[in-house]
Design a protein. Structure first.
Length: 594
């Protein structure tokens, strides 16, 4: 018997290999429709209980004259708690957030599991790549020999160790990565799973199994070529931590704390239309969402129409921003920046474009500005504002925000936020945790969708800037965050007409903003919203229906420009799609030019 014959064995199947891993948290055996970080939630409850107990002990300890020996005992216990429990927790949270790490150690461990899993996918796939192509011959030998089986078995044992260490269940990011592993095993063995379910099943049911294998060999070749099995690591390597397409400079004299005003001058060869566009970004995202790449840049699109673009860059807030509130981010900044623009471009029309919470906060600012100017006998100087997925109505009924409001009432503790992050601000991982709670299976869908598009090599390279933006948020100033949650989300103050802003005019200073002044000042609102947007549901994006020059407000007044409201079958971050962005740019330019 030859050596080859001694080494040969029955062809291994995908099911046989996956059985070596066994049932794990990556399998979603519970049939959940979203990811459930149950360990993180459990630990979070313990942390909150510890700080609540510490607070009770502090209260008792400060009332020695009333409670006598009980208060002394309380003070002693409080000291012990602070030394051995709450103090170390507070220190760890602040050190992690201050250094950019995830303060949730369990979630941080999951991050290392993703890295390890992607490394295994890369090296295992690479074993079968020869000169950039997936070798069917090598796969055949590996799946039909004892030596090859041992090679595959060793890998399955490593995958198993990572999967069984995972801390989440449901439709998770790791489950999406395991779908790619299943695909790899099918391609290696060229055998269908016993249940007949193929990862990345083609939409066309007439596609043969042989064609399916060919497409997925290409998918694996593309992923291996760029080592893009983990989207966060890939985006960091490709971008080097720098994203943004258009050239800009910071405006002198615009620095307020960490916030600065970016000036995006018209590129050479483009003719100015004489209009100034002031872009307002959210506090929790890098502003490069507006400028990801050529063909995926709002700024590039507006430049082509002749606008001179300025953009608010909130930076990454530090310790000196912790006490700043919405009066600063929603009033002080815009007063300074619009004054700068008026001086730089005397007589030019200033238009506003705002995304998400940037739009939510700019509306009461414009109403307050209208109050101030009209009271001074001066006309309103900003007449058109374009909103992108900007919610203004927050209730438990038609707004679509019932789930997140329930989540906030149940889990959000402003005192705990101050305790843990009061010196470093709310880290992006905490914000992301909340966003994931209201977007069912978002990490699974993003990861699986990326793998699905990887059969096209251009789709892989095209996504790096967006993936970096998606996986790298910014910190939210802690005081402003508490006010955003309480005043906007829970109390619905903007919609109810109870939101307060400061003013140089004593008549308005600290008083509720009268949103009706948007109509009195003849401000026209353009609203662009998505029917598939869970963060800013269409039912919450109603500014154009109720304020400014709405159809109801200008009924019977012929010739008056009216608000524009457009709802599309899109999600929250629609500007990442070339097609959706092109549709938006066409619509908003029509509005501005009308």
């Amino acid at each position: 018997m030859s050596q080859d014959e001694k080494d040969s064995r029955r062809k291994v199947t995908p099911d046989e290999l996956l059985a070596l891993i066994g049932a794990s948290p990556a399998d979603n055996l519970q049939g959940l429709s979203t990811a459930v970080p149950w360990k993180s939630k459990w630990v979070g409850e313990l942390v909150r209980f510890a700080f609540d107990y510490q607070n009770v002990l502090d209260v008792v300890g400060k009332r020695i004259e009333v409670f006598g020996p009980w208060a002394i005992a309380g003070a002693w216990q409080s000291s012990v708690m602070d030394t051995f429990v709450t103090g170390p927790i507070r220190a760890q949270a602040r050190m992690a957030a201050g250094s950019g790490r995830n303060p949730d150690l369990i979630s941080d461990m999951n991050g290392w599991i993703y890295k390890g899993y992607s490394r295994l996918l890369y090296t295992m796939t690479g074993f079968f790549i020869e000169d950039g192509k997936f070798s069917r011959e090598k796969a055949r030998k590996t799946s039909t020999t004892k030596k090859g089986y041992q090679f595959l078995k060793n890998y399955m044992e490593e995958f198993a160790q990572l999967e069984h260490s995972y801390n989440n269940i449901g439709l998770t990011r790791l489950k999406a990565m395991k779908e790619l592993l299943r695909c790899l095993l099918v391609v290696i063995t060229e055998t269908r799973p016993a249940d007949g379910k193929l990862p990345f099943t083609p939409k066309d049911p007439s596609v043969s199994f042989e064609d399916y294998l060919a497409v997925n060999r290409v998918r694996l070749e593309n992923l291996h070529r760029e080592n893009v099995f983990d989207i966060k690591d890939y985006s960091e390597r490709v971008t080097g931590g720098k994203i943004g397409f258009s050239r800009y400079e910071y405006v002198e004299g615009s620095t307020l704390h960490r916030v600065r005003l970016r000036d995006y001058p018209l590129p050479r060869g483009l003719k100015s239309n004489g209009k100034i566009l002031y872009m307002v970004t959210p506090l929790i995202n890098k502003p490069e969402l507006f400028d990801l790449a050529s063909g995926k840049s709002v700024i590039e699109g507006m430049h082509k129409e002749g606008y001179h673009v300025y953009l608010v860059d909130h930076g990454d807030p530090g310790w000196d921003e912790t006490e700043l509130g919405l009066d600063f981010y929603g009033k002080t900044l815009h007063d300074l920046y619009l004054d700068i623009l008026a001086k730089r471009h005397p007589g030019a029309e200033i238009l506003i474009m705002a995304y998400c919470m940037g739009g939510t906060l700019i509306l009461p600012y414009l109403a307050r500005r209208a109050e101030e100017l009209l009271a001074a006998g001066r006309p309103m100087d900003v007449k058109k504002v374009a909103l992108m997925a900007s919610p203004v109505k927050f209730d438990d009924a038609g707004s679509g925000h019932a789930d997140i409001r329930t989540l906030i009432r149940r889990d959000y503790d402003p005192r705990l936020m101050k305790e843990l992050f009061g010196a470093v601000n709310i880290p992006p991982q905490v914000i992301e945790f909340g966003m994931n709670e209201i977007q069912p299976a978002v990490q699974f869908n993003v990861m699986l969708g990326f793998y699905a598009r990887a059969e096209n090599p251009e789709a892989v390279a095209d996504t790096a800037p967006f993936l970096y933006w998606l996986t790298h948020g910014t910190r939210f100033p802690v005081n402003a965050h508490i006010q955003w949650i309480q005043n906007i989300f829970l109390d619905n103050q903007i919609y109810e007409g109870k939101f307060r802003l400061p003013s140089a005019n004593p008549k308005f200073d600290g008083q509720p903003v009268n949103m009706e002044f948007l109509r009195k000042a003849e401000v026209t609102i353009f609203e662009y919203k998505g029917s598939r947007d869970p963060i800013a549901p269409a039912g919450s994006c109603v500014a154009a229906d109720i304020w400014g020059m709405s159809a109801a407000n200008v009924s019977g007044r012929k010739g008056r420009t009216r608000n524009v409201s457009i709802e599309k079958n899109i999600g929250h971050i629609f500007v990442g799609s070339r097609r959706h962005l092109a549709e938006y740019l066409a619509a908003v330019n029509k509005f501005y030019k009308h």
